[in-house]
Write a protein that binds this ligand. Structure first.
Ligand code: G3P
Ligand code: CA
Length: 286
């Protein structure tokens, strides 16, 4: 074959591959669309006609639609067909697990003070008075962990339970673990920024899915998770500067998950690296 023809064929192959790559990117992009500050799930569905191929977890419930960490937000996540609902659990002064992100109740409720210093009775009197579309959810209370797990299951969602309390009595983790398996069998994920907490939970949840939350992934962290029998690393997508760490996570046999992703281009980036669990405030499955 003449040299000129060889060059033409090589160029054609390169162009075809490039076109395939571009097509692949668009194919992924067309699988989801962002929802920004809509007021209802029905409204969100209207502007989001795509099918989401990856597993979307509603952050603090569907907190883009309803006040975070409430039963209303979990119900909204179910209506929107999320894969899972993430929520934060924290211990009260008298040892009951409640759902709240902050230690201080002031940001989300009509009360003030530290939830860790309040009794269950005091916490149950608080009213949620902040968060998205709070006016439509004027009767929301601070749920117990039990209520939140039950609600997730009733709404067809995998509970993704973030343990905020570190250093509690082992008995308290045991109680939480038993409650989780009693309500959710094996269909749950427990997450925590504390490897120690996860190691405690592993004792009581030998079959459970446990992910370490990471603000900044390191090789040592990946190694420690493997050694401790942790199933995955759920990292801050905005701080993962070194994508080799994602490959390391996957190559180590761990699941890779990312939070909190509200940007479609970031979803694309994560998806293309093999991250199939995305925690989001606003991006909604079809
Ligand atoms: O899903 C993980 C994410 O919730 C961790 O951060 O502060 O929202 O609990 P934070
Ligand atoms: Ca959380």
């Amino acid at each position: 074959m003449k040299k000129a023809w060889k060059i033409v064929i090589a160029l054609a192959v390169v162009l075809a591959l490039a076109a395939g790559g571009v097509f692949a990117v668009f194919a992924v992009k067309k699988n989801y669309a962002p929802v920004n500050r809509v007021t209802s799930v029905a409204e969100a569905k209207n502007i989001n006609p795509y099918v989401m191929p990856i597993k979307l977890i509603a952050h603090r419930g569907y907190s883009g639609i309803a006040p975070e960490n409430t039963l209303a937000a979990i119900e909204a996540a179910g209506l929107a067909d999320f894969y899972g609902a993430e929520f934060d659990v924290i211990l009260s002064a008298d040892g009951e697990w409640f759902v709240m992100h902050d230690v201080d109740v002031a940001r989300m409720t009509d009360g003030e003070g530290l939830i860790t210093e309040m009794t269950s009775m005091q916490i149950k009197k608080l009213k949620i008075d902040a968060g998205n579309n709070v006016i439509q959810h004027a009767d929301e209370k601070v749920p117990t962990a039990r209520e939140a797990i039950e609600s997730a299951i009733e709404n067809g969602l995998r509970p993704v339970i973030e343990i905020k309390t570190g250093g509690a009595e082992p008995e308290k983790y045991r109680e939480l673990a038993y409650m989780i398996t009693e309500l959710a069998a094996d269909d749950y994920t427990v997450i925590s920024f504390s490897l120690d907490v996860l190691v405690q939970m592993r004792k009581y949840l030998p079959e459970g899915e446990l992910w370490l939350l990471s603000s900044k992934v390191t090789t040592e962290q990946i190694r420690a998770c493997v050694e401790a029998g942790i199933d995955g690393i759920d990292f801050n997508a905005n701080h993962i500067l070194n994508h080799r760490h994602i490959k390391q996570i996957l190559d180590s046999g761990l699941l890779a998950a990312a939070w909190t992703v509200d940007n479609i281009r970031m979803v694309d980036r994560m998806y293309s690296k093999g991250v199939y669990f995305i925690t989001t405030n606003f991006i909604q499955p079809a």
